[in-house]
Ligand binder design. Sequence first.
Ligand SMILES: [Zn+2]
Length: 309
Amino acid sequence: MEKIKTALIDFLHKSGFEGKLDEMNYLDLWPQVAGPQVMKHASPVSLKEKKLWVEVSDNVWVYHLTMLKPRLIKEFNKVAGFKAIEEIKFMNVDFPSSRRKFEMHKGINADEENNTHISNMPVVLSIEEKEVLQKIAQNSPSHFKEHLHKLLRGSLLRQKRRRKSGAVDCYTCGFPYYREEMKGELCLLCFQKYNYWKKILRPLFYRTPWVKFEQLKAIYPSLESSIFDICQEKAKQQYYKRLKKILNRGSFRKDLKQKILIRIIQRFVMLSEKKDPTQLKKQDMINAVQFFPEFNRIMDICFSEEAIE
Ligand SMILES: [Zn+2]
């Protein structure tokens, strides 16, 4: 365990990510100031020259947060223990303009604020949802309670309307988005986060595939588990693609092919099972490839009696 930690810190040092950490620690004050629910819709991206830049999921939240700005600045500095910020800039990342372009293209109006069909859509909150709202508001900072409850209620109703009118849940944050607001299975906000973190996580997954979320969280407090999961999932897919490529290449010597395939499978298992090289067993590898479509061929090349000889 200690070895992994040292390797990570060493890597951070070499790659120059250390400077980023200080800034990230500051950004981590945000959830304490705003509470976890606001954090879902408004996440800080940088802090430079006493200016905090915050990405906000839509203009409803931009509006409410702008009204709360003086209080947020005060609260942030209080939590920081000194005058860390003087200004907060909210950036709307809902990309309404791209949505409108799509609507014009399709001849429909998917923007529910301007679409009476969608905005009049009858939706109600269930008793469970109401209870959850109450609970979240109760646990938030006192000056936020009332505002937060109102915001969350509006947000929940909006989500329901969106789902009813064809929006799909983002794979990572679970908020419903229309197709033109997404990149693949991710919303644009999560896609941005994914793009940021994949640059940091990819080399770490390469050096120490068995690294766990909790270990990274200790070094990167702002890393979210859902983002870690999707980065890891993409890394696994990458191994699978390479495996398939090697498997189907005809010009290899059989023993060389076997060697490369085994190395890829080992890395795949270290990543997905979180096992370091000393814990790796042949059975783990056989278990892992069982779920690959070309199981029989892989078994034949890598793990058959003849291959082992
Ligand atoms: Zn998302």
